[in-house]
Design a protein around this ligand. Structure first.
Ligand code: 6YU
Length: 498
Protein backbone atom coordinates (compact mmCIF):
# COMPACT_ATOMS: atom_id res chain seq x y z
CA UNK A 1 0.00 0.00 0.00
CA UNK A 2 1.37 3.44 -0.83
CA UNK A 3 0.62 6.67 1.02
CA UNK A 4 1.06 10.04 -0.63
CA UNK A 5 1.14 12.25 2.48
CA UNK A 6 4.05 14.70 2.50
CA UNK A 7 6.39 14.07 5.38
CA UNK A 8 9.42 16.19 6.23
CA UNK A 9 11.97 15.04 8.80
CA UNK A 10 14.21 17.70 10.34
CA UNK A 11 17.64 16.27 11.13
CA UNK A 12 19.58 13.35 9.66
CA UNK A 13 20.88 11.82 12.88
CA UNK A 14 20.02 8.23 13.76
CA UNK A 15 16.45 9.12 14.81
CA UNK A 16 15.70 10.96 11.55
CA UNK A 17 17.26 8.22 9.42
CA UNK A 18 15.38 5.53 11.37
CA UNK A 19 12.06 7.35 10.91
CA UNK A 20 12.63 7.71 7.15
CA UNK A 21 13.57 4.04 6.86
CA UNK A 22 10.40 2.89 8.59
CA UNK A 23 8.11 5.21 6.63
CA UNK A 24 9.57 4.31 3.25
CA UNK A 25 9.35 0.60 4.05
CA UNK A 26 5.69 1.10 4.98
CA UNK A 27 4.91 2.58 1.56
CA UNK A 28 5.07 6.32 2.25
CA UNK A 29 6.20 7.87 -1.02
CA UNK A 30 6.87 11.48 -0.14
CA UNK A 31 9.40 11.53 2.62
CA UNK A 32 12.39 13.85 2.77
CA UNK A 33 14.99 14.81 5.34
CA UNK A 34 16.34 18.33 5.76
CA UNK A 35 19.74 18.39 7.40
CA UNK A 36 21.64 21.49 8.53
CA UNK A 37 25.12 20.06 8.00
CA UNK A 38 26.84 18.35 5.07
CA UNK A 39 26.55 14.84 6.56
CA UNK A 40 24.21 12.29 8.10
CA UNK A 41 24.86 10.87 11.57
CA UNK A 42 24.64 13.92 13.86
CA UNK A 43 26.10 12.84 17.19
CA UNK A 44 27.33 9.60 15.62
CA UNK A 45 30.58 10.88 14.18
CA UNK A 46 33.73 8.89 13.47
CA UNK A 47 37.00 10.78 13.00
CA UNK A 48 40.70 10.10 12.56
CA UNK A 49 43.68 10.62 14.83
CA UNK A 50 46.65 9.89 12.60
CA UNK A 51 45.80 6.47 11.16
CA UNK A 52 43.45 5.58 14.00
CA UNK A 53 39.69 5.60 13.90
CA UNK A 54 38.24 7.52 16.86
CA UNK A 55 34.66 8.28 17.89
CA UNK A 56 34.04 12.01 18.28
CA UNK A 57 30.47 11.32 19.45
CA UNK A 58 28.77 8.09 20.52
CA UNK A 59 31.26 5.44 21.59
CA UNK A 60 29.59 2.24 22.70
CA UNK A 61 26.52 0.16 22.11
CA UNK A 62 25.16 0.37 25.66
CA UNK A 63 23.73 -3.04 26.55
CA UNK A 64 24.29 -5.07 23.37
CA UNK A 65 21.58 -7.75 23.57
CA UNK A 66 18.60 -8.98 21.54
CA UNK A 67 16.36 -6.14 22.79
CA UNK A 68 18.84 -3.51 21.62
CA UNK A 69 17.97 -2.53 18.03
CA UNK A 70 21.39 -0.92 17.46
CA UNK A 71 23.06 -4.20 18.36
CA UNK A 72 20.71 -6.16 16.07
CA UNK A 73 21.33 -3.83 13.12
CA UNK A 74 25.10 -3.75 13.68
CA UNK A 75 25.09 -7.56 13.76
CA UNK A 76 22.98 -7.72 10.60
CA UNK A 77 25.41 -5.42 8.77
CA UNK A 78 28.44 -7.38 10.05
CA UNK A 79 29.91 -4.41 11.91
CA UNK A 80 30.89 -6.09 15.20
CA UNK A 81 33.80 -8.14 16.50
CA UNK A 82 33.08 -11.85 17.17
CA UNK A 83 33.49 -11.36 20.98
CA UNK A 84 30.63 -8.85 21.06
CA UNK A 85 28.36 -11.41 19.42
CA UNK A 86 28.87 -14.22 21.93
CA UNK A 87 25.89 -15.21 24.11
CA UNK A 88 28.09 -14.70 27.22
CA UNK A 89 28.71 -11.09 26.21
CA UNK A 90 25.03 -10.46 25.60
CA UNK A 91 24.00 -12.04 28.89
CA UNK A 92 26.42 -10.10 31.09
CA UNK A 93 24.35 -7.70 33.19
CA UNK A 94 26.55 -4.96 34.63
CA UNK A 95 23.87 -2.36 35.27
CA UNK A 96 25.47 0.18 32.94
CA UNK A 97 28.85 0.09 34.69
CA UNK A 98 31.31 -2.19 32.89
CA UNK A 99 33.87 -3.78 35.25
CA UNK A 100 36.94 -2.06 33.79
CA UNK A 101 40.45 -2.66 35.19
CA UNK A 102 41.54 0.66 36.73
CA UNK A 103 44.87 2.41 37.36
CA UNK A 104 44.78 5.22 39.94
CA UNK A 105 47.30 8.06 40.01
CA UNK A 106 47.40 10.99 42.41
CA UNK A 107 48.38 14.63 42.01
CA UNK A 108 51.60 14.03 43.97
CA UNK A 109 52.74 11.50 41.40
CA UNK A 110 51.88 8.26 43.21
CA UNK A 111 50.33 5.19 41.62
CA UNK A 112 47.87 3.72 44.10
CA UNK A 113 47.07 0.13 44.86
CA UNK A 114 43.68 -0.18 43.13
CA UNK A 115 42.34 -2.50 45.84
CA UNK A 116 42.66 0.26 48.44
CA UNK A 117 40.05 2.21 46.49
CA UNK A 118 37.55 -0.66 46.25
CA UNK A 119 35.63 0.34 49.40
CA UNK A 120 35.07 3.81 47.87
CA UNK A 121 33.97 2.26 44.59
CA UNK A 122 31.53 -0.04 46.36
CA UNK A 123 30.06 2.74 48.49
CA UNK A 124 29.59 4.97 45.46
CA UNK A 125 27.97 2.16 43.44
CA UNK A 126 25.60 1.53 46.35
CA UNK A 127 24.67 5.21 46.50
CA UNK A 128 24.00 5.33 42.76
CA UNK A 129 21.65 2.37 43.05
CA UNK A 130 19.88 4.03 45.98
CA UNK A 131 19.65 7.29 43.98
CA UNK A 132 17.80 5.47 41.25
CA UNK A 133 15.25 3.91 43.57
CA UNK A 134 13.31 7.04 44.50
CA UNK A 135 11.43 7.26 41.24
CA UNK A 136 9.37 4.22 42.12
CA UNK A 137 8.89 5.27 45.76
CA UNK A 138 8.49 9.06 45.55
CA UNK A 139 9.23 11.35 48.51
CA UNK A 140 12.93 11.80 47.77
CA UNK A 141 14.88 13.44 50.63
CA UNK A 142 16.65 16.06 48.47
CA UNK A 143 16.36 17.59 45.03
CA UNK A 144 19.51 16.31 43.33
CA UNK A 145 21.63 13.18 43.08
CA UNK A 146 24.67 15.30 44.09
CA UNK A 147 23.00 16.47 47.33
CA UNK A 148 21.97 12.94 48.19
CA UNK A 149 25.37 11.38 47.55
CA UNK A 150 27.23 14.11 49.45
CA UNK A 151 25.07 13.95 52.54
CA UNK A 152 24.99 10.15 52.71
CA UNK A 153 28.66 9.78 51.89
CA UNK A 154 29.94 11.87 54.78
CA UNK A 155 27.90 9.87 57.27
CA UNK A 156 28.76 6.47 55.83
CA UNK A 157 32.47 7.27 55.39
CA UNK A 158 32.75 8.44 59.01
CA UNK A 159 31.05 5.27 60.20
CA UNK A 160 32.56 2.63 57.93
CA UNK A 161 36.09 3.94 57.65
CA UNK A 162 36.67 5.05 61.24
CA UNK A 163 39.38 2.39 61.68
CA UNK A 164 41.08 3.29 58.39
CA UNK A 165 44.23 5.44 58.52
CA UNK A 166 43.74 9.13 57.73
CA UNK A 167 45.71 9.06 54.46
CA UNK A 168 43.73 6.18 52.94
CA UNK A 169 40.45 7.69 54.14
CA UNK A 170 41.32 11.01 52.55
CA UNK A 171 42.33 9.30 49.28
CA UNK A 172 39.04 7.40 49.22
CA UNK A 173 37.18 10.69 49.53
CA UNK A 174 39.27 12.05 46.64
CA UNK A 175 38.27 8.94 44.69
CA UNK A 176 34.59 9.70 45.40
CA UNK A 177 35.08 13.25 44.10
CA UNK A 178 36.58 11.67 40.99
CA UNK A 179 33.57 9.31 40.66
CA UNK A 180 31.28 12.33 40.76
CA UNK A 181 33.24 13.73 37.79
CA UNK A 182 32.82 10.38 36.00
CA UNK A 183 29.07 10.53 36.65
CA UNK A 184 28.97 14.05 35.19
CA UNK A 185 30.42 12.55 31.99
CA UNK A 186 27.96 9.65 32.05
CA UNK A 187 25.01 11.99 32.51
CA UNK A 188 26.38 14.85 30.40
CA UNK A 189 25.79 17.28 33.27
CA UNK A 190 27.92 20.06 34.75
CA UNK A 191 27.44 18.78 38.27
CA UNK A 192 25.46 15.96 39.86
CA UNK A 193 23.74 18.76 41.80
CA UNK A 194 21.84 19.45 38.60
CA UNK A 195 20.61 15.90 38.08
CA UNK A 196 17.16 15.37 39.61
CA UNK A 197 16.98 12.67 42.29
CA UNK A 198 13.31 11.91 41.65
CA UNK A 199 13.81 11.07 37.97
CA UNK A 200 17.31 9.55 38.07
CA UNK A 201 15.85 6.05 38.13
CA UNK A 202 13.89 6.57 34.92
CA UNK A 203 16.97 5.59 32.90
CA UNK A 204 17.03 1.88 32.15
CA UNK A 205 19.99 -0.27 31.24
CA UNK A 206 19.98 -3.34 29.01
CA UNK A 207 22.07 -6.45 29.58
CA UNK A 208 25.24 -7.01 27.57
CA UNK A 209 28.79 -5.78 27.98
CA UNK A 210 29.18 -2.44 26.13
CA UNK A 211 30.94 -2.88 22.80
CA UNK A 212 32.35 -0.64 20.08
CA UNK A 213 32.33 -0.65 16.27
CA UNK A 214 35.79 -1.70 15.05
CA UNK A 215 35.29 0.19 11.79
CA UNK A 216 33.58 3.19 13.42
CA UNK A 217 30.01 3.93 14.61
CA UNK A 218 29.32 5.77 11.35
CA UNK A 219 29.27 2.37 9.60
CA UNK A 220 25.78 1.96 11.06
CA UNK A 221 24.59 5.20 9.43
CA UNK A 222 26.30 4.37 6.12
CA UNK A 223 24.58 0.97 5.96
CA UNK A 224 21.16 2.42 6.80
CA UNK A 225 21.64 5.22 4.24
CA UNK A 226 22.63 2.72 1.53
CA UNK A 227 19.15 1.22 1.81
CA UNK A 228 17.44 4.58 1.28
CA UNK A 229 16.87 6.34 -2.05
CA UNK A 230 19.57 8.83 -3.07
CA UNK A 231 18.39 12.39 -2.81
CA UNK A 232 16.26 11.64 0.25
CA UNK A 233 18.35 14.03 2.36
CA UNK A 234 18.87 17.66 1.45
CA UNK A 235 22.16 18.64 3.08
CA UNK A 236 23.26 22.12 4.18
CA UNK A 237 19.58 22.97 4.62
CA UNK A 238 19.01 24.31 8.15
CA UNK A 239 15.38 24.75 9.07
CA UNK A 240 14.59 28.14 10.51
CA UNK A 241 10.91 27.89 11.40
CA UNK A 242 8.08 25.39 11.45
CA UNK A 243 4.76 27.14 10.77
CA UNK A 244 2.07 24.77 12.00
CA UNK A 245 -1.69 24.97 12.46
CA UNK A 246 -2.23 26.74 9.14
CA UNK A 247 -5.79 25.57 9.51
CA UNK A 248 -7.32 27.95 7.00
CA UNK A 249 -5.52 26.00 4.30
CA UNK A 250 -7.28 22.82 3.26
CA UNK A 251 -4.03 21.00 2.57
CA UNK A 252 -0.54 20.91 3.96
CA UNK A 253 -1.10 22.43 7.38
CA UNK A 254 2.65 22.74 7.97
CA UNK A 255 5.09 25.06 6.21
CA UNK A 256 8.77 24.52 6.84
CA UNK A 257 10.87 27.61 6.31
CA UNK A 258 14.57 27.07 5.69
CA UNK A 259 17.46 29.42 6.46
CA UNK A 260 18.02 29.83 2.73
CA UNK A 261 14.44 31.12 2.38
CA UNK A 262 12.93 28.02 0.82
CA UNK A 263 9.41 27.15 2.08
CA UNK A 264 8.33 23.53 2.01
CA UNK A 265 4.72 22.46 2.50
CA UNK A 266 4.01 19.25 4.41
CA UNK A 267 1.26 17.27 6.07
CA UNK A 268 3.54 16.18 8.87
CA UNK A 269 6.96 17.17 10.16
CA UNK A 270 9.11 15.03 12.46
CA UNK A 271 11.41 17.28 14.48
CA UNK A 272 14.58 15.49 15.61
CA UNK A 273 16.81 18.45 16.52
CA UNK A 274 18.82 17.94 19.74
CA UNK A 275 17.34 19.19 23.01
CA UNK A 276 20.25 21.66 23.32
CA UNK A 277 19.22 23.24 20.02
CA UNK A 278 15.56 23.21 21.04
CA UNK A 279 16.29 24.94 24.36
CA UNK A 280 18.15 27.71 22.55
CA UNK A 281 15.97 28.19 19.47
CA UNK A 282 12.44 27.03 20.34
CA UNK A 283 10.96 30.51 20.15
CA UNK A 284 12.16 31.04 16.57
CA UNK A 285 11.60 27.43 15.53
CA UNK A 286 7.84 27.22 16.12
CA UNK A 287 5.01 29.45 14.90
CA UNK A 288 2.72 29.40 16.86
CA UNK A 289 5.06 28.78 19.80
CA UNK A 290 5.19 25.49 21.70
CA UNK A 291 2.35 25.02 24.21
CA UNK A 292 3.46 26.02 27.71
CA UNK A 293 3.45 22.54 29.26
CA UNK A 294 5.73 21.30 26.50
CA UNK A 295 8.02 24.30 26.78
CA UNK A 296 8.34 23.82 30.53
CA UNK A 297 9.41 20.23 30.00
CA UNK A 298 12.00 21.35 27.41
CA UNK A 299 13.33 23.70 30.08
CA UNK A 300 13.20 21.24 32.99
CA UNK A 301 15.06 18.48 31.17
CA UNK A 302 18.81 18.96 31.29
CA UNK A 303 21.23 19.06 28.37
CA UNK A 304 24.89 19.44 29.23
CA UNK A 305 28.30 18.90 27.72
CA UNK A 306 30.59 15.88 27.73
CA UNK A 307 33.71 16.06 25.57
CA UNK A 308 36.55 13.75 24.71
CA UNK A 309 40.25 14.49 24.34
CA UNK A 310 42.08 11.75 22.43
CA UNK A 311 45.78 11.54 23.16
CA UNK A 312 48.26 9.36 21.31
CA UNK A 313 51.62 8.23 22.75
CA UNK A 314 54.67 6.47 21.31
CA UNK A 315 54.55 3.96 24.14
CA UNK A 316 52.15 3.26 27.00
CA UNK A 317 52.78 4.52 30.56
CA UNK A 318 49.83 2.57 32.00
CA UNK A 319 49.61 -1.15 32.89
CA UNK A 320 49.11 -3.62 30.03
CA UNK A 321 45.71 -4.77 31.38
CA UNK A 322 44.54 -1.26 32.34
CA UNK A 323 41.22 -0.16 30.82
CA UNK A 324 40.63 3.10 32.68
CA UNK A 325 42.95 5.61 34.36
CA UNK A 326 41.61 7.74 37.23
CA UNK A 327 43.40 10.92 38.29
CA UNK A 328 42.83 11.82 41.96
CA UNK A 329 43.55 15.36 43.15
CA UNK A 330 44.78 15.15 46.74
CA UNK A 331 43.17 18.47 47.67
CA UNK A 332 39.71 17.17 46.66
CA UNK A 333 38.68 15.14 49.69
CA UNK A 334 35.81 17.56 50.33
CA UNK A 335 33.68 16.23 47.48
CA UNK A 336 33.10 19.07 45.07
CA UNK A 337 32.33 17.95 41.55
CA UNK A 338 33.00 21.32 39.99
CA UNK A 339 36.12 23.39 39.71
CA UNK A 340 35.87 26.91 41.20
CA UNK A 341 38.30 28.68 38.85
CA UNK A 342 37.30 27.38 35.45
CA UNK A 343 39.77 29.36 33.33
CA UNK A 344 42.86 28.51 35.37
CA UNK A 345 42.07 24.98 36.38
CA UNK A 346 39.53 23.55 33.92
CA UNK A 347 41.77 20.50 33.45
CA UNK A 348 40.94 19.38 37.03
CA UNK A 349 37.48 18.41 35.81
CA UNK A 350 38.96 15.75 33.48
CA UNK A 351 38.38 12.58 35.47
CA UNK A 352 41.01 10.57 33.60
CA UNK A 353 41.19 8.41 30.50
CA UNK A 354 39.76 5.27 29.00
CA UNK A 355 42.23 3.12 27.08
CA UNK A 356 41.41 2.33 23.45
CA UNK A 357 41.63 -1.43 23.00
CA UNK A 358 42.90 -3.58 21.39
CA UNK A 359 46.34 -1.99 21.12
CA UNK A 360 47.03 -3.81 17.82
CA UNK A 361 44.15 -1.87 16.32
CA UNK A 362 44.57 1.56 17.92
CA UNK A 363 48.20 1.83 19.02
CA UNK A 364 48.69 3.70 22.29
CA UNK A 365 45.68 5.98 22.39
CA UNK A 366 43.83 7.27 25.46
CA UNK A 367 40.49 9.03 25.53
CA UNK A 368 40.19 11.75 28.18
CA UNK A 369 36.69 12.69 29.41
CA UNK A 370 35.58 16.10 30.65
CA UNK A 371 32.05 17.35 31.36
CA UNK A 372 30.33 20.59 32.31
CA UNK A 373 31.31 24.27 32.08
CA UNK A 374 34.99 23.33 32.27
CA UNK A 375 34.45 21.20 29.16
CA UNK A 376 32.68 24.09 27.42
CA UNK A 377 35.60 26.36 28.28
CA UNK A 378 38.10 23.75 27.04
CA UNK A 379 36.46 24.03 23.61
CA UNK A 380 37.45 27.69 23.37
CA UNK A 381 41.20 27.37 24.00
CA UNK A 382 43.68 26.46 21.26
CA UNK A 383 44.61 22.86 20.54
CA UNK A 384 48.14 23.78 21.61
CA UNK A 385 46.90 24.90 25.01
CA UNK A 386 44.88 21.70 25.43
CA UNK A 387 48.01 19.68 24.57
CA UNK A 388 50.08 21.69 27.07
CA UNK A 389 47.54 21.16 29.86
CA UNK A 390 47.21 17.44 29.17
CA UNK A 391 50.99 16.97 29.01
CA UNK A 392 51.56 18.78 32.31
CA UNK A 393 48.74 16.82 33.91
CA UNK A 394 50.15 13.43 32.88
CA UNK A 395 53.70 14.38 33.86
CA UNK A 396 52.51 15.51 37.27
CA UNK A 397 50.36 12.43 38.00
CA UNK A 398 52.92 9.89 36.78
CA UNK A 399 55.93 11.76 38.16
CA UNK A 400 57.56 11.25 34.77
CA UNK A 401 58.66 14.60 33.24
CA UNK A 402 59.50 13.11 29.85
CA UNK A 403 56.09 11.81 28.74
CA UNK A 404 55.08 13.68 25.60
CA UNK A 405 51.91 13.02 23.58
CA UNK A 406 52.40 12.48 19.87
CA UNK A 407 49.14 14.17 18.89
CA UNK A 408 45.72 15.03 20.30
CA UNK A 409 42.16 15.54 19.05
CA UNK A 410 39.23 16.91 21.04
CA UNK A 411 35.50 17.13 20.47
CA UNK A 412 33.66 20.45 20.71
CA UNK A 413 30.00 19.56 21.12
CA UNK A 414 28.88 22.67 22.98
CA UNK A 415 29.99 25.00 20.20
CA UNK A 416 28.48 22.79 17.51
CA UNK A 417 25.65 25.12 16.44
CA UNK A 418 23.30 22.22 15.60
CA UNK A 419 23.80 20.31 18.86
CA UNK A 420 24.70 22.85 21.60
CA UNK A 421 25.97 20.18 24.02
CA UNK A 422 26.15 16.41 24.23
CA UNK A 423 22.99 14.67 25.49
CA UNK A 424 20.05 14.95 27.84
CA UNK A 425 19.56 14.09 31.51
CA UNK A 426 16.63 14.54 33.90
CA UNK A 427 17.06 17.89 35.65
CA UNK A 428 15.89 18.78 39.16
CA UNK A 429 12.12 18.59 39.49
CA UNK A 430 11.80 16.41 36.38
CA UNK A 431 9.31 13.58 36.26
CA UNK A 432 8.12 10.97 33.79
CA UNK A 433 5.47 13.50 32.75
CA UNK A 434 8.18 15.74 31.28
CA UNK A 435 9.42 12.93 29.04
CA UNK A 436 5.85 12.25 27.98
CA UNK A 437 5.36 15.93 27.19
CA UNK A 438 8.53 15.87 25.08
CA UNK A 439 7.17 13.21 22.75
CA UNK A 440 3.61 14.53 22.53
CA UNK A 441 2.72 15.58 18.95
CA UNK A 442 1.16 18.93 18.02
CA UNK A 443 -1.58 20.00 17.96
CA UNK A 444 -2.12 18.41 21.34
CA UNK A 445 -5.90 18.53 21.02
CA UNK A 446 -8.60 19.57 18.63
CA UNK A 447 -7.91 19.95 14.91
CA UNK A 448 -9.46 16.67 13.87
CA UNK A 449 -8.97 17.77 10.28
CA UNK A 450 -5.18 18.01 10.63
CA UNK A 451 -3.87 15.79 13.40
CA UNK A 452 -0.22 14.91 13.97
CA UNK A 453 1.21 18.00 12.30
CA UNK A 454 4.42 18.18 14.33
CA UNK A 455 5.92 15.01 15.79
CA UNK A 456 8.97 14.82 18.04
CA UNK A 457 11.77 12.24 17.96
CA UNK A 458 15.39 12.23 19.09
CA UNK A 459 17.20 10.83 22.12
CA UNK A 460 15.68 13.34 24.57
CA UNK A 461 12.18 12.06 23.79
CA UNK A 462 12.75 8.47 24.89
CA UNK A 463 11.19 7.77 28.31
CA UNK A 464 13.93 5.42 29.56
CA UNK A 465 16.75 5.16 27.01
CA UNK A 466 17.37 8.92 26.62
CA UNK A 467 21.01 9.92 25.97
CA UNK A 468 21.73 6.84 23.87
CA UNK A 469 21.81 5.80 20.22
CA UNK A 470 19.34 2.96 20.75
CA UNK A 471 16.98 5.36 22.52
CA UNK A 472 17.22 7.82 19.60
CA UNK A 473 16.66 5.07 17.02
CA UNK A 474 13.58 3.79 18.83
CA UNK A 475 12.05 7.28 18.90
CA UNK A 476 12.45 7.53 15.10
CA UNK A 477 10.61 4.25 14.69
CA UNK A 478 8.01 5.29 17.27
CA UNK A 479 7.06 8.47 15.39
CA UNK A 480 7.06 6.68 12.03
CA UNK A 481 4.74 4.05 13.56
CA UNK A 482 2.48 6.80 14.87
CA UNK A 483 1.97 8.02 11.30
CA UNK A 484 1.74 4.51 9.87
CA UNK A 485 -1.02 3.54 12.27
CA UNK A 486 -2.79 6.87 11.68
CA UNK A 487 -2.91 6.22 7.94
CA UNK A 488 -3.80 2.58 8.32
CA UNK A 489 -6.84 3.58 10.36
CA UNK A 490 -8.28 5.84 7.64
CA UNK A 491 -10.08 4.51 4.61
CA UNK A 492 -8.12 3.73 1.41
CA UNK A 493 -10.14 6.34 -0.54
CA UNK A 494 -8.92 9.06 1.78
CA UNK A 495 -5.29 7.98 1.61
CA UNK A 496 -4.43 9.82 -1.59
CA UNK A 497 -6.40 13.00 -0.96
CA UNK A 498 -3.67 15.01 0.72
C1 6YU B 1 25.30 5.74 22.96
C2 6YU B 1 27.55 6.12 23.58
N1 6YU B 1 28.24 8.48 23.95
C3 6YU B 1 29.28 10.67 23.55
C4 6YU B 1 29.21 11.94 23.11
C5 6YU B 1 27.99 12.39 22.54
C6 6YU B 1 26.89 11.55 22.50
N2 6YU B 1 25.88 9.34 22.95
P1 6YU B 1 21.43 13.88 16.47
O1 6YU B 1 22.00 15.05 17.16
O2 6YU B 1 22.35 12.78 16.14
O3 6YU B 1 20.73 14.33 15.11
C7 6YU B 1 20.04 15.55 14.97
C8 6YU B 1 20.36 16.15 13.61
O4 6YU B 1 19.61 17.35 13.48
C9 6YU B 1 21.82 16.54 13.44
O5 6YU B 1 22.35 15.94 12.28
C10 6YU B 1 21.78 18.07 13.30
O6 6YU B 1 22.78 18.59 12.45
C11 6YU B 1 20.39 18.29 12.76
N3 6YU B 1 19.83 19.63 13.01
C12 6YU B 1 19.89 20.37 14.14
N4 6YU B 1 19.25 21.53 13.97
C13 6YU B 1 18.75 21.54 12.70
C14 6YU B 1 17.98 22.47 11.93
N5 6YU B 1 17.58 23.64 12.43
N6 6YU B 1 17.67 22.14 10.65
C15 6YU B 1 18.06 20.95 10.11
N7 6YU B 1 18.79 20.04 10.80
C16 6YU B 1 19.13 20.32 12.08
N8 6YU B 1 25.07 7.10 22.89
O7 6YU B 1 24.41 4.95 22.74
N9 6YU B 1 26.55 5.30 23.30
O8 6YU B 1 28.67 5.67 23.90
C17 6YU B 1 27.31 7.52 23.59
C18 6YU B 1 28.19 9.80 23.53
C19 6YU B 1 30.38 12.82 23.19
C20 6YU B 1 27.87 13.77 21.99
C21 6YU B 1 26.97 10.22 23.00
C22 6YU B 1 26.07 7.99 23.16
C23 6YU B 1 24.55 9.85 22.62
C24 6YU B 1 24.15 9.58 21.15
O9 6YU B 1 25.17 10.02 20.30
C25 6YU B 1 22.87 10.32 20.86
O10 6YU B 1 21.89 9.99 21.82
C26 6YU B 1 22.29 10.03 19.46
O11 6YU B 1 23.28 9.91 18.48
C27 6YU B 1 21.30 11.13 19.14
O12 6YU B 1 20.66 10.93 17.91
P2 6YU B 1 19.49 11.94 17.47
O13 6YU B 1 19.01 11.52 16.14
O14 6YU B 1 18.53 12.08 18.56
O15 6YU B 1 20.22 13.38 17.37
C28 6YU B 1 22.11 6.05 35.43
C29 6YU B 1 22.02 6.87 34.34
C30 6YU B 1 22.54 7.70 33.53
C31 6YU B 1 21.94 8.11 32.24
N10 6YU B 1 22.85 8.13 31.16
C32 6YU B 1 23.61 6.94 30.93
C33 6YU B 1 23.88 6.67 29.49
C34 6YU B 1 25.17 7.18 29.11
C35 6YU B 1 25.11 7.95 27.84
N11 6YU B 1 26.38 7.81 27.32
C36 6YU B 1 26.92 8.42 26.44
C37 6YU B 1 28.20 8.10 26.28
C38 6YU B 1 28.87 8.28 25.24
C39 6YU B 1 30.24 8.25 25.58
Amino acid sequence: KSVSANIVIIGSGISGVAAAHRLLNAGFQHVRILEATARSGGRIKTGKLGDNIVEIGANWIHGPCEENPVFCLARKYGLLDPESLTPENQAMDVGGHPPWVPNYYTSSGQKLNAEDMNPAKEMFAELLIESSEFQSQGGEPCASVGDFIRSEMHQRAAEKWKETDATTRSLRLCAITNMLKVECCVNGSHSMDEVGLGAFGLYETLPGLDCTFPGGYEGLIKNLMSELPTGLVTYNQPVHCVHWNNTEKKQNPVIIECDAGERIAADHVIVTVPLGYLKKHHSALFRPPLPLHKLHSVQRLGFGTNNKIFVEFDSPWWDADCEVIYLLWEDEDVMLDEVPDVQRSWIKKLFGFTVLKPTERYGHVLCGWIAGHESEYMETVSEQEVTQNVTQLIRRFTGNPTITPRRILRSQWFHDPWTCGSYSYPGKGCSVQDLENMMEPLPTKGSQAHPLQVLFAGEATHPCYYSTVHGALLTGWREADRLISHYSSISPSELHKS
